[in-house]
Design a protein around this ligand. Structure first.
Ligand code: KIV
Length: 263
């Protein structure tokens, strides 16, 4: 496949080809995810929950993210690696620039930040200086305390309108990708068709341009999983087989299905 870039993903959207993202936190899993055919790898701050055992992503630091980003990039040189900016690491322009630089110097090709309109200025600043940005809307886990739990977002017309407006604004600010998490499928489909940039869904139905899952969830290792998660280990003998089954299911349009979807 060669090195995956933003242009690869843009072309896939134009051609109606689904692409796949899986989280990884170390070199070995990054390698086998890349070998399974996933185009992108997210070094998610979900590592705070699945690696460190916290009950949210809030305790994760920029040093944690830089360390795991370096590990992942060594294992998957051909994948497009996105690294999460952790909680409170992008509150001022100076802090945002310094922390995004640390993740790019650790080897990432893009940074991800949770939020909408309020991020526009930071997105433009990073993009103008050569740092591509993936935005993240809907259920943004760093705001779990504001939401009062890990709850589906965008269910009222007012919330849906606000998520759509945020999506358009972050695209206009220069974001290259957008993650939509835990929102009704109809809203995610509408946003994906209105935006030119590729949209990656998680718990957002089948109408997005790509799907992402936390690796531990799709391997059936997590204690509690949301409705949108499928255990791809079932029927497989190996982790490699399960990762490939997820990639194939997304590309064939067999995942996510109705039972994984919020209305
Ligand atoms: O941190 C993470 O793994 C994420 C995904 C759930 C999209 O942000």
């Amino acid at each position: 496949m060669g090195k995956v870039t933003i242009s690869t993903l843009g072309k896939m959207k134009t051609n109606g080809e689904k692409f796949v993202c899986i989280t990884a936190y170390d070199a070995t899993f990054a390698r086998i995810i890349s070998e399974a055919g996933a185009e992108t790898i997210l070094v998610g701050d979900s590592l705070g929950m699945v690696l460190q055992g916290h009950d949210s992503t809030i305790p994760v630091t920029i040093d944690d993210m830089a360390y795991h980003t370096e590990c992942v990039c060594r294992g998957a040189p051909d994948s497009l690696v996105i690294a999460d900016m952790p909680f409170m690491s992008y509150t001022s322009p100076e802090q945002t620039m310094a922390n995004a630089t640390a993740l790019m110097q650790a080897g990432a090709q893009m940074v991800k930040m949770e939020g909408g309109t309020w991020l526009s200025e930071s997105i433009s600043m990073l993009v103008e200086r050569g740092i591509p940005v993936c935005a993240h809307l809907g259920l943004t886990p760093q705001s779990v305390n504001q939401f009062g739990g890990f709850k589906v977002q965008g269910r009222t017309p007012k919330e849906a309108k606000s998520i759509l407006a945020d999506a358009v604004e972050i695209q206009d600010a220069g974001a290259s990708l957008l993650v939509l998490e835990c929102i009704p499928a109809s809203l995610a489909t509408d946003i994906s068709s209105k935006l030119d940039i590729p949209v990656i869904g998680i718990g957002a139905g089948a109408g997005t341009d790509a799907q992402v899952l936390v690796m531990h969830d799709l391997l059936g290792l997590s204690e509690h999983t949301a409705r949108f998660v499928e255990n791809f280990m079932s029927g497989q003998d190996t982790i490699q087989g399960a990762l490939k089954a997820f990639v194939d299911a997304v590309k064939a349009g067999d995942y996510p299905r109705e039972e994984h979807t919020y209305t």
